[in-house]
Ligand binder design. Structure first.
Ligand SMILES: Cc1cc2nc3c(=O)[nH]c(=O)nc-3n(C[C@H](O)[C@H](O)[C@H](O)COP(=O)(O)OP(=O)(O)OC[C@H]3O[C@@H](n4cnc5c(N)ncnc54)[C@H](O)[C@@H]3O)c2cc1C
Ligand code: SF4
Length: 319
């Protein structure tokens, strides 16, 4: 392996400065994905900038208007166990607890989960395995996609961080800091929907905080995987019920290059349509193309079945 320098930054602005200064540099938070990517020779940074926490950014902060801010460098174990998060945003606590294993969650951060590189069976493999598929657009800059062979451009690698879906459902915004200052983006717009350029995150930008509007109804989160092991999701479902007759959110996560809002199904939920129809509509409108982690028809059937379960469970929930 080539030599690599590791530089510990003192704060987010300094980390941003270092990332700009060194052209082949990456930010490492918990390192639970980044170090695997390096080992598989999918990235070859010369400099790793580490930032264990962002000083001045507490793990959880509540504003007077009820807005809730969560530091991006909080570990997933801390998020899953935090009393205020469990009470006010239980969907997020549940999603954090569903990631990998306790060992991974003790290192992995919320920011790393949201910025996790999109994944594909033809990409997240050893260099030897990849020689069988040499023209993958993402892995080698080639001109083929083995998932959607007829496609002329684009990559369909899957957004895979479990916490993204619930945060889209909750209408979160993200604070991004760089040497140029800071900007706040809506999390839905943060995911660009292409497996190669999958985040609206410029070089040297650091996600420091996740901002949540005043608490919505508790909602529901489900992670589906064929076995209850430490595997990535086949899909996630995040549902926020309406307050009165508006504000419902339904998000299918981890099954396309961005979390997918089921907008027509949301309108049906607002209008009080029968649960089975909403469940069917959610599966129907989810634009799935990738057979990675299961055939599309199978995923749609299970999405409809799990949505029906979720809606039945939400019926008795206080709003
Ligand atoms: C065995 C195993 C099982 C796993 N299972 C799951 C699973 O079930 N579900 C799941 O969601 N994930 C899973 N993961 C992936 C990964 O561990 C988690 O997504 C984790 O949350 C990543 O966080 P991290 O802090 O370790 O990120 P890192 O590995 O440090 O970074 C990941 C990426 O995010 C970028 N990044 C990190 N923090 C920031 C920031 N604050 N601002 C900007 N960019 C940033 C890094 O530059 C890098 O590109 C698994 C990993 C392993 C090894
Ligand atoms: S979706 Fe296609 S282009 Fe993207 S990593 Fe997979 S095979 Fe390669």
């Amino acid at each position: 392996m080539k030599e690599i320098s590791v530089i510990a930054a003192g704060n987010a602005a300094e980390a941003g400065q270092l990332l700009q200064e060194y052209p082949q540099s990456v930010l490492m938070a918990g390192g639970t994905d980044l170090l695997v990517l390096r080992k598989l020779k999918l990235i070859a940074p010369q400099v790793i900038v580490t930032l264990k926490s962002a000083p001045g950014v507490p793990a959880v902060r509540q504003e007077a208007d009820g807005e809730f801010a969560i530091g991006a460098f909080a570990t997933l174990s801390d998020i899953a166990a935090h009393p205020s998060i469990r009470q006010k945003v239980p969907m997020l606590a549940k999603a954090a607890a569903a990631v990998a294993s306790v060992q991974v969650r003790n290192k992995a951060t919320l920011g790393g989960n949201l910025c996790l590189m999109s994944r594909c069976w033809f990409f997240n493999r050893s260099p030897f395995w990849r020689t069988e598929f040499p023209d993958c657009r993402k892995a080698s800059g080639g001109d083929r996609c083995y998932v959607v062979p007829k496609s002329r451009k684009g990559c369909f690698a899957l957004q895979s961080g479990d916490t993204a879906g619930p945060l889209v459902a909750l209408g979160a915004r993200l604070r991004l800091v760089s040497v140029r200052g800071e900007r706040i983006v809506d999390i839905e717009a943060f995911y660009l929907g292409d497996g190669i350029r999958y985040l609206d995150l410029s070089a040297g930008e650091i996600l420091t905080e996740v901002l949540l509007p005043p608490p919505a109804p508790a909602g529901a989160f489900v992670k589906f995987r064929p076995q209850d092991n430490m595997d990535f999701a086949t899909f996630t479902l995040s549902v926020v019920p309406p307050v009165g007759r508006s504000g419902a959110r339904i998000v299918v996560g981890c099954s396309a290059s961005r979390p997918l809002r089921a907008r027509a199904a949301e309108k049906m939920l607002d209008a009080g349509a029968p649960a089975e129809e909403i469940a069917r509509k959610t599966a129907e409108e989810a634009r799935l193309v990738s057979f990675v982690r299961g055939p599309v028809d199978f995923k749609k059937q299970v999405i409809a079945a799990r949505m029906a379960d979720i809606l039945a469970g939400l019926e008795g929930q206080p709003q």
